[in-house]
Design a protein around this ligand. Structure first.
Ligand code: T6T
Length: 339
């Protein structure tokens, strides 16, 4: 039977095996008694399976880290992993790649769909042709797609971002702004929802509707500069993903407001960590993409080997600041630019 579960410090036997082999980097290293998934699979039972990982966008350290986890889990299970992704986070670029995947008929597809609606058609085709589809990071509106869905609890991540602004001293009535990527991306939309709910509770004033960077750092910087020109008393900003957050920090810096305007970004790429260190960003909500990759492969293997599959898995996030970033239990979640 399909179930929902929240992944915290515990996860499965395969993850423990992978992580003990690679020296950590994920909370997935802790074993748990919850062995209803691919923990029971062995490379003897699952060897030779072809798994494709379709990331949301190529070269993004979030997806690179996810690929690192997926690669290690695939190797542990004796499966072959091939990774692909569009040059931009854009369904019109990802969909043709998905159509090519359909033609290659992998045993399983791990995919971060670029759009809740536009990605449904190609994924349905792949699923109907018999490949096991596992959604990683982002989802689609059609609930029939995917034997399993594994993502950060993004709404909670947005709540944490608002709480971080409060911790940083943004008081009730403080003016705040949200800058996201594109509407229709499930992950960032949920972060915005969580942030807005908590911001309302904290009495913050949103200076405008959510603005969109199109996942381009330069555009995020421009939006930020324009917003500060219009409302010089903005006290805090939430930027919902890696490239948006990098651009927002640049915009605040160019306006000479670093430190005065509190910037909370999502993700923890290497360049974001540099911005944190430099004081251009005050807090980052880091995800655990390595874990998502490990668990994506585990679920795919479970589905292929007749094991028990978990329909929804939510992974954790953590708030990274200049003060805690060097702690080993935090530093291990900084994203990688290569495996
Ligand atoms: O924040 C991640 C990912 O979770 C989101 O779906 C898209 O943007 C990132 O890849 C960061 O760039």
């Amino acid at each position: 039977m399909k179930t929902t579960r929240l992944i915290g410090a515990s996860t499965f036997a395969v993850a423990a095996l992978v992580l003990s082999a690679c020296g950590g980097g994920s909370s997935a290293g802790t074993t748990s008694s919850d062995t209803g998934t691919a923990g029971a699979s062995s490379s003897a039972a699952t060897g030779g399976k072809n798994i494709t990982l379709m990331v949301g966008v190529k070269g993004d350290p979030f997806y690179v880290s996810m690929e690192c986890g997926a690669k290690e889990a695939a190797a542990a299970a004796g499966a072959t992993l091939t990774t692909q992704g569009p040059d931009k986070f854009d369904a019109t670029l990802q969909n043709p790649l998905l159509d090519a995947v359909a033609a290659s008929k992998p045993d399983a597809l791990l995919v971060a769909p670029n759009d809740v609606k536009a990605s449904v058609g190609p994924l349905k085709k792949i699923q109907d042709a018999g490949s096991k589809v596992v959604l990683v990071d982002t989802v689609v509106d059609d609930a029939s797609i995917g034997v399993s869905r594994i993502a950060t609890d993004n709404k909670l991540g947005g709540v944490k971002a608002a709480e971080a602004l409060q911790t940083l001293g943004v008081a009730a009535k403080g003016k705040v702004l949200v800058i996201s990527t594109n509407p229709g991306v499930s992950s960032v939309d949920a972060r915005v929802d969580g942030f807005k709910e908590k911001a309302a509770e904290l009495g913050y004033t949103l200076v405008s509707d959510t603005q969109y960077s199109n996942n381009e750092a330069a555009k995020a910087a421009q939006i930020m500069s324009a917003a500060l020109a219009k409302d010089p008393d903005i006290a805090g900003v939430f930027a919902t993903n890696l490239f948006t957050a990098q651009g927002v920090a640049t915009g605040v810096k160019q306006a000479g407001q670093s430190g005065k305007v509190k910037v909370v970004g999502f993700d923890a790429g290497p360049d974001q960590i540099k911005q944190l260190e430099a004081g251009d960003v005050q807090a980052l909500v880091a995800q655990k993409p390595f874990d998502i990759g490990v668990q994506g492969v585990e679920q795919a293997i479970a589905a292929l080997s007749g094991g028990s599959v978990t329909a929804n898995i939510q992974t954790e996030s953590l708030v990274v600041t200049k003060d805690n970033m060097a702690q080993p239990d935090v530093a291990k979640y900084i994203y990688k630019s290569s495996c």
